[in-house]
Design a binder for this molecule. Sequence first.
Ligand SMILES: Nc1ncnc2c1ncn2[C@@H]1O[C@H](COP(=O)(O)OP(=O)(O)OP(=O)(O)O)[C@@H](O)[C@H]1O
Length: 371
Amino acid sequence: MLVSSVTLRNFRNYKEQVWQPHPAVNLITGPNAQGKTNLLEAVYYSLRGRSFRAERDKDIIRWQTEQTWLQTKVVYQDRHLTIEWKIKEGNKKLLVNGSETPRNRLDYLGVILFCPEDLSLVKGSPQERRRFLDYDVGPLSPSYSGTWRQYARVLTQRNTLLKEIRDRRASRDMLEIWDEQLFRYGARLIYLRLQVLSKLIPIARRIHHELTGGNEELQAKYLSSLVLEPGLQEAQIYQIFAAASQRVRQSEIQRCQTLLGPHRDDLAVLINGTEARVFGSQGQQRTVTLSFKLSQLELWFKEYGHYPLLLLDDVLFELDRRRQTMLLQRVLNRVQTFITTSFTGNIEKTIGGAGALWQVNDGSLTKKEEL
Ligand SMILES: Nc1ncnc2c1ncn2[C@@H]1O[C@H](COP(=O)(O)OP(=O)(O)OP(=O)(O)O)[C@@H](O)[C@H]1O
């Protein structure tokens, strides 16, 4: 898959920018706060229909303007797609080749993002690891994002109802309406996460072994708020979820919170048998994250027969030189890659002949040189 052009109109600090990225590596440089990450955000938004950092769509609309327009041209298995987003506050529209299209229709166009927040995968809070499960692991399964949106909607409604029950403004029986959907979407999310992890973890283990010169064994295990045996089917997870939920019903009403389900689950990461969250160094933490990101690229290729895009936002120089080189060697001439950095540290030599260097200043992008 290849992005051949991106046009941004009133997106963040870009007024009007037409960009034809290089098919291999795009190194985007410039001083701080000029619009480097904004470019990656535009590419990501085009394919995912949401930002990786803005809470609300309103934030990506250029200040003092009403509407953002993004147009991205993609070549995917010899097909040419023109993806257009028209985004206003509280209203957005997707057009693919001129026809209005639901946004989950783009889920097969892969994009893998590696940003500074990902570096807290190991040491961060369970919430940060769930971000990894939802944004990185889940999308490797085509029906994940739609199910996730349904689950999030049900969860919000159910929590509101729990509060109403506690305040005696609603009866307990009303929970049944939401429970069936909670268990259905929740069981599916857990099942899909487990399915993807069973393929992803062995690849991450192998890559981690290579990145550390054979010195470290990586292990990862899904930690569910439900008691789950290995190898369960979705319907069995549903039953376990329903039974366990009955047992915590009273506390849920008291706390106005849904206490069990995929929104409470976590991932344990171990290096050489010890918990990386407690004992891992900063460097180990970075390498684990890199191993997972590279394994996502491999798994995507294995499952779908093409490589997704790779967006590296301000992280390449967080890795040591050896890992930078290993990363670039794996992606060069295979994966269209977008790297933002305010400092290029002679990395151009490693990219040699397979990319372009771009300069960003105050919401304007120019090509500096072909590498
Ligand atoms: N909605 C918006 N409208 C206009 N400008 C915006 C909007 N949102 C953010 N900006 C501007 O975009 C700039 C930040 O861009 P970006 O995050 O891409 O920086 P960067 O070049 O990646 O910087 P760094 O190297 O510090 O990460 C800031 O100048 C900010 O004021």
